[in-house]
Design a protein around this ligand. Structure first.
Ligand code: HEC
Ligand code: HEC
Length: 318
């Protein structure tokens, strides 16, 4: 008995030591880096692509990268990132060659946006968005916009504040979070005359599904429909003060989802944050004023066809 205890003690001692060494190693190490595949790509820029890119970037990048005072994409502290991820800052993505991304090639930008791997090979954790499913033309449009002479991205010398990722973030980048593969085949735009396909495309690529499913941690970014609680809400997103704002159930469930909503009510909520007889929707649900009624309506039509899930989410109103 005594002997067994002694061995048990020794084994536990070794285990604790190993964990300590692994912990110290991860704590002191950087987020892992990956090899960058060489790809050939130069953005195609026309007034139309730049305009389309501005519209997409305003919905997809500005929330995190815009300085709210100047309206420029010079980076800011991400007050709504979960505290356990560390202290996170988005970066200056204006055209400045030293402080922004003026020195990045179009291919390097494409590679980061698709895979999450930066030009120096370092992986960018989930607090930086990726677009693994977006059509090639739309990703091209975003890059064309970042290169344009729009005031939002005009060269600006605001220096970056480096993020301080937590131990948990570093550990997760070794165990759970991995870059997405570079798409092996071309990704076409959905047929613009197909309402269902357009609605599905927008609801996946404008990140609606990612906030409105059960949890960021259980989302399937490559096959959104397989995400836990697909569009049934309850994801504990945070506002700028770090308070929990659970997301709404957008499945066609009559009792707890949008089964009883009209298309007009949906469009008003999505584009202007307005709900009849209730306070306006607040951050992180931002008004998608850039969407046309047709686009917001297409999202509604698509959501009406997905499986209804009964999940009663109570609004947090502060
Ligand atoms: C949810 C917040 C968020 C969204 C949305 C987001 N970003 Fe980021 N972005 C970040 C953060 C945070 C970093 C810093 C990441 C890091 O430290 O690895 C970053 C880094 C970057 C970088 C690297 C800059 C550098 O100098 O290393 C680029 C380029 C970039 N983002 C472009 C974009 C584009 C384009 C979009 C829209 C399609 C976008 N981001 C959307 C938060 C975000
Ligand atoms: C960053 C996370 C986030 C993203 C992205 C997001 N939403 Fe939301 N959404 C929320 C939150 C949180 C609420 C609840 C807001 C509140 O209670 O004030 C909400 C509420 C809503 C509501 C109101 C539903 C109700 O029952 O009151 C609708 C409709 C909606 N979102 C549609 C969308 C659509 C469509 C998209 C994509 C174009 C989208 N959301 C993208 C977080 C998000």
């Amino acid at each position: 008995m005594k002997r067994t205890l002694k061995y048990f003690g020794i084994v536990m001692g070794i285990l604790v030591l190993v964990l300590l060494v692994v912990g110290l190693y991860i704590g002191a190490s950087e987020i892992p880096t990956y090899e960058i595949e060489k790809i050939e790509y130069t953005a195609v820029s026309t007034p139309e692509t730049v305009a389309r890119g501005k519209k997409l970037a305003s919905m997809l990048c500005s929330n995190c990268h815009m300085n709210k005072t100047t309206g420029k994409l010079t980076g800011t502290q991400m007050l709504d990132a979960p505290k356990e991820f560390g202290t996170i800052y988005s970066q200056n993505i204006t055209r400045d060659k030293e402080y922004g991304i003026g020195n990045w090639t179009d291919a390097e930008l494409l590679y980061l946006i698709r895979t999450g791997i930066k030009r120096d090979g370092q992986y960018s954790p989930p607090y930086m968005a990726k677009l693994p499913l977006m059509a090639d033309d739309d990703v091209n449009a975003i890059i064309a916009f970042l290169r344009s002479d729009d005031p939002m991205v005009a060269a600006n010398t605001t220096p970056d504040t480096p993020s301080e990722p937590s131990f948990l973030t570093k550990m997760l980048t070794r165990l759970a979070w991995k870059p997405f593969p570079m798409p092996a085949e071309a990704i076409p735009m959905p047929d613009s005359t197909d309402v269902m396909a357009t609605g599905k495309y927008l609801s996946h690529n404008l990140d609606c599904f990612s906030c409105h499913s059960a949890d960021f941690k259980t989302n399937n970014f490559l096959q959104p429909e397989l995400s836990e609680g697909y569009f049934a809400g309850g994801n504990p997103t945070l506002d700028y003060e770090g308070r929990v704002k659970p997301t709404s159930n957008l499945t066609p469930d009559v009792e707890t989802g949008i089964g009883n909503w009209t298309k007009e009510q949906f469009i008003r909520a999505v584009k202007y944050g307005q709900k009849e007889g209730e306070p306006a929707l607040t951050y992180p649900m931002v008004p998608y004023t850039q969407l046309t009624d047709k686009e917001a309506g297409a999202i509604f039509e698509y959501l009406k066809t997905i499986p209804a899930i009964n999940n009663d989410v109570e609004r947090a109103i502060y």
